[in-house]
Design a protein around this ligand. Sequence first.
Ligand code: ACO
Length: 436
Amino acid sequence: MKASENKATLSFSNGGQNVELPIYKGTLGPDVIDIRKLYAQTGMFTYDPGFMSTASCESAITYIDGDKGELLYRGYPIEQLATNCDFLETCHLLLYGELPDEAKKTNFTKLVTNHTMVNEQMQFFLRGFRRDAHPMAIMTGLVGALSAFYHDSTDINNPKHREIAAIRLIAKMPTLVAMAYKYTVGQPYMYPKNELSYAGNFLHMMFATPCEEYKVSPVLERALDRIFILHADHEQNASTSTVRLCGSSGTNPFAAIAAGVACLWGPAHGGANEAALNMLYDIQKAGGVEKIGEFIKQVKDKNSNVKLMGFGHRVYKNYDPRAKLMQETCKEVLGELGLENDPLFKLAMALEKIALEDEYFVSRKLYPNVDFYSGIVQRAIGIPVPLFTAIFALARTVGWIAQLNEMIGDPDYKIGRPRQLFEGSAKRDVKPIAQR
Ligand code: ACO
């Protein structure tokens, strides 16, 4: 960490002694005030529920400038990665810090491809679930179950073990998501086909059957690959912070990623693409474009609890750069499938236009996020709505594991242990049951 010449001074209105706090500078973004010694010096904690002003770690992986609407993976703008690289190159970048050259790309692709199969026992695991279980419930269970299979790579202090766990996770997530899907529709599982690309293989495992030849459409393959790139990492978001906190106890890496999957499921996070598409369906059912005004009115009514799903972001106070790329992909996919007049896409465009002009959204800097269009793309590809968040989990796995490995590789890392402001009862005595 690079110390700034500036220091912060904390003073107290009751005349308590001032405390000088060091300030550190990153490469980009706001400086941070180091409060690690605050408790020892003052007997006080800081209070910041929801981490509104707290940097929880140092990281060199992803940077977001929320005001500019900029997203960088290891310094590279997301727009350049999404147009010039594929997902496995992006994985290499996130894991190792650099884009691969031809030879490294070939080796890395081979390495990941060699791990795409899952242990045959996983099928029996799946059978324990109800057929109508939510895919994220299944994924939380399956990813957690991986921790019971790979006893050769559980020493998190060994960088080689960490690397092999990362490769296994990246390689096996598409297989598991496709198995979860096949299980819910009652079709046979399709084994991975290693001659296909990462995204192509996933499409094959999802939509092929043993009865017929399945040809991967290059447009859909590229669209899915882009969805994976756009979702690969996103700084210290809720699920990534969950993975770091969970992993900080030294737990099994597969178990830490399962915790990330569980966190991602929520509608305020990864569940938003599912929620955004369901919202569009609801407006469509209620009457479509003509009903947008009524819907926006409900969104603005604080008592209604209705949100414009796929809008707003904790960090972006400008257009989410991923949403722009997703809108582009959306047009391409709908064109390929002859769905240019898709009513949901039209509805989404009309809703976006109205919201972007409305004072409520403008004043709160609420813009579309990546989930606003990703649901329409996935639905067009044929991915069922409940599986959307599982696709997000598949893509985010590389970010989670890169962040986890970055944390564990830091010799100074500590178990995460937040403090609290206690507001419950002071100490009291238990009364006999008859007197309570
Ligand atoms: N629709 C309507 N109003 C909204 C929305 C929305 N989608 N998002 C925020 N607001 C309003 C809030 O009501 C609040 O208004 P107020 O100041 O009058 O009280 C103001 O905008 C600020 O919102 P916060 O909830 O304080 O913002 P926060 O940073 O905590 O929330 C979040 C961010 C959770 C993403 C929120 O915008 C949201 O719920 N959006 C919808 C769900 C969604 O799309 N999530 C996906 C996030 S991206 C991802 O995970 C890939």
